[in-house]
Design a protein around this ligand. Structure first.
Ligand code: GAP
Length: 477
């Protein structure tokens, strides 16, 4: 079982301290969300799992943390200033601003030309139903800002952008990383960090927001070896999600058709997740979780000073560096091709939450929510619960056990309800194990360990508890 819709997760996330609507005391801010005590743990665990898998468990990877605000030239030569836009359409009746490529063309002719369909009044505004729409025009998604206290608001010399992808920070550091770490192609550079896009139509909870976090890796290969490497990364990424518990039934690979490809891509395969299972049309259940693109040598060339156009003029007169690579073994110089697995932290968190959602009915006929998160992702690994909170010896023993566990795993102590309520709360937040201390524990130095998924209970000696939990959690360094 998984969540029947995103709304179920929105309500659970707020109730249990995962994700709150941002700025709520001032009426909120559209599409901005704050991650609460459990949400921040879940995000950190997703990022830690990705970094371990991507960087630590490989021999060909380095990490990086580049600036969010970069020299404006980066975005000029990457092509973002010119082409990083969505087609914007206004409804003249209700003033809704819409993304032309997301409008519903059901029933409209299969002409494919959005502007023509709008002119022919074959497309309706989803808000008011009017066909009185403007023609699409490009709306650049990069957030603009000015650098420095003295700059006037429209000073082009002070214009800067918040990065819309972390990738460019990697390309401009390619040589520095390769040379300082003495790397030979093929190798990769991984980065996790915030990105910003002034989305025309954000929404669906944390699925599409204007501020979000990305986990991106640029893998540099010799031209000609790119297609094999691309396929390997597609398979690797798919398997990473399933290894952390996502069901294969809720994942699929989507080959982007030519007309959808970004300006830099030769081929892109997206991993789709079934984010919208409630939609009537099966094809609309799916949307992008991550993309794996073959960016060719587009970016390294674009940021290099050497390439010239047909007239022999430098294509990039602002760069001071040539980002080509000299292959010592083959005695050849080339611009490496780049394979880019690019995932969103927030969309991954949403997919993990939806997939982990399940319900179970107890002996009393009550339906309980159980969040079957992979132990590596679970915000809390173990909850220590005293069976009698008015017994100082039991409370003291429970607190001592919690303190002994906390250096090695995230542990919490809770005595704010009856044991049934405490178990239910931990099930709903995805805690894999509860440890209960009772009267007998004072006698036999043993506790009850309860499993979230099976509700089975086992008696374990306090002296063996840490080892027992570590084994079952497979908590890794
Ligand atoms: N460097 C390539 C790149 O940025 P992308 O497909 O535009 O590719 C990669 O973004 C991933 O970032 C997406 O698959 C998605 O998970 C996440 N992402 C992109 N825009 C987002 C948004 N507005 N809100 C949340 N996540 C977003």
């Amino acid at each position: 079982m998984s969540a029947p819709n995103i709304e179920t997760i929105v309500s659970l996330a707020k109730r249990r301290g995962f994700v709150f609507p941002s700025s709520e005391i001032y009426g909120g801010l559209g599409s901005a969300w704050d991650y609460g005590p459990l949400g921040v743990e879940l995000c950190n665990n997703v990022k830690r799992a990705w970094w371990r898998w991507m960087v630590y468990e490989r021999d060909d990877m380095e990490g990086l943390d580049s600036s969010i605000i970069l020299n404006r030239s980066v975005w000029k030569y990457s092509g973002h200033e010119e082409t990083f836009s969505d087609p914007l359409v206004d409804c003249r009746e209700c003033n809704s601003r819409l993304r032309a490529d997301k409008l519903d063309y059901a029933g409209a002719a299969e002409s494919g030309d959005i502007a023509a369909l709008i002119r022919d009044k074959q497309v309706k505004c989803p808000s008011c139903g009017s066909t009185n729409l403007t023609e699409p025009r490009p709306f650049n998604l990069m957030f603009r800002t000015q650098l420095g206290a003295a700059s006037a608001e429209d000073d082009p010399n002070a214009l800067a952008y918040l990065r819309p992808e972390t990738a460019q920070g990697i390309f401009i550091n390619f040589h520095l990383v390769q040379q300082t770490m003495r790397r030979k192609v093929p190798f990769g550079i991984a980065q996790i960090g915030k990105s910003f896009r002034n989305e025309v139509t954000p929404g669906n909870f944390i699925f599409r927001t204007r501020e979000f976090e990305q986990m991106e890796m640029e893998y540099f290969v010799r031209p000609g070896e790119d297609e094999t490497a691309h396929q390997e990364w597609i398979d690797n990424c798919f398997n990473w999600y399933t290894s952390l518990g996502l069901s294969r039934d809720n994942l699929r690979l989507y080959e982007q058709p030519k007309e959808e490809l970004a300006h830099y891509a030769k081929r892109t395969v997206d991993i789709h997740y079934r984010f919208f299972p409630e939609r009537a049309e099966a094809e609309k259940h799916w949307d992008e979780l991550m993309g794996i693109a073959n960016r060719t040598d587009f970016d390294l060339r674009a940021h290099s000073k050497n390439p010239v156009d047909a007239e022999g003029k430098r294509v990039n007169p602002d760069s001071t560096e040539d980002l080509s690579y000299f292959d010592e073994a083959r005695k050849e110089r080339y611009y490496p091709y780049v394979i880019e697995p690019a995932a969103g932290v927030n969309r991954s968190v949403l997919a993990f939450l939806m997939d982990a959602y399940s319900e179970r009915t107890n002996d009393k006929g009550e339906t309980r929510v159980i969040l079957k998160l992979h132990p590596e992702l679970a915000p809390i690994k173990v909850a220590v619960l005293p069976l009698a909170k008015n017994k100082p010896e039991i409370v003291g023993m429970a607190k001592a056990i919690k303190r002994s566990l906390q250096p090695v795993m995230r542990a919490v102590y809770d005595d704010t309800g009856g044991i049934g309520k405490l178990y239910a709360r931990q099930d709903e937040t995805g805690t894999p194990f509860c440890v209960t201390i009772d009267h007998q524990s004072l006698e036999d130095e043993a506790v009850t360990v309860r499993d979230r998924d099976t509700w089975e209970q086992e008696r374990v000696k306090v002296a063996d508890l840490q080892q027992h939990l570590r084994q079952r959690l497979e908590v890794r360094g």
